[in-house]
Design a protein around this ligand. Structure first.
Ligand SMILES: C[S@@+](CC[C@H](N)C(=O)[O-])C[C@H]1O[C@@H](n2cnc3c(N)ncnc32)[C@H](O)[C@@H]1O
Length: 232
């Protein structure tokens, strides 16, 4: 049986990386800065969701962003800054706006029309952000737009079959790319124990990816598991 971290302990050890006082380095373009006396993540860009700003820096609220939570919890995402990104489940652009602030070309897939309208507004301020009103379960419908050999696949889709979505979109990722996914247990099964759901999702994911690190995100997002993986 795999040893999954509990909601309170840390994830498994990750690969050796450059560290910043024991924590993995943040990508270039992401900093820990002081907001109201607390050290918080921040990126540089136009504000999007009413987040506080300090000059050109704006707070990246880990309570509203699973990827922000993964970085805030010290997971080794492998992000250096400047990567090409496919982001699945962009909603109205809260997290993907921060990703576009420190990345290269950023393709943002969302299948609900209402949030995608907001996402279009977010993209107007960001030349490298490309919103796509598409279903992440059907990558063939956007394969003609999204480049291949991408550095990073970020996934935050609140839908059943989250492992399957990651596997279907593996085709866009370079062989040495990274999958950064947040799994929402309740989207798979509202009644099951989240640990059992995560176990099952990881088992499926491992048919196409090597899992490098997992961490429960409960401090910021209840019953979510953050996963860093790379294609097999
Ligand atoms: C938790 S929200 C994402 C929040 C967003 N990642 C952020 O942090 O700003 C999940 C989103 O996934 C979208 N979604 C669910 N299934 C999807 C699918 N098959 N294709 C594209 N988007 C999907 C939902 O419409 C919703 O906007």
């Amino acid at each position: 049986m795999r040893e999954l971290p509990t909601a309170t302990d840390g994830g498994r050890p990750s690969l050796p990386v450059a560290t910043d006082g024991g924590r993995p380095s943040l990508p270039a373009g992401v900093e820990r800065r002081s907001f109201d006396g607390r050290e918080r993540l921040a990126t540089r860009g136009p504000t999007v969701y009413g987040e506080p700003s300090d000059g050109e820096w704006r707070l990246w609220d880990a309570g509203r962003s699973k990827l922000g939570a993964m970085l805030a919890l010290g997971m080794d995402t492998g992000l250096a800054g400047g990567e090409s990104v496919l982001y699945l489940g962009a909603a109205s652009g809260t997290t993907v706006s921060h990703v576009a602030d420190f990345s290269g070309p950023t393709y943002a897939v969302e299948f609900a029309p209402r949030p995608t309208r907001d996402l279009l507004g977010v993209a107007e301020d960001r030349q490298n952000l490309f919103p796509l009103l598409k279903d992440a379960r059907k990558p063939a419908t956007y394969a003609h737009v999204v480049e291949s050999n991408l550095d990073v696949l970020v996934q935050d889709v609140a839908t059943r079959g989250q492992a399957e979505v990651a596997l279907r979109n593996r085709q866009f990722l370079a062989d040495d790319g990274r999958l950064l996914v947040a799994i929402k247990a309740r989207s798979e099964d509202v009644t099951a124990d989240p640990s059992d759901v995560f176990e099952s999702v990881l088992g499926e994911l491992e048919t196409g990816y090597e899992v490098l690190e997992t961490e429960r995100l409960d401090r910021f997002h209840e019953d979510h598991l953050g996963i860093v993986a790379r294609p097999r």
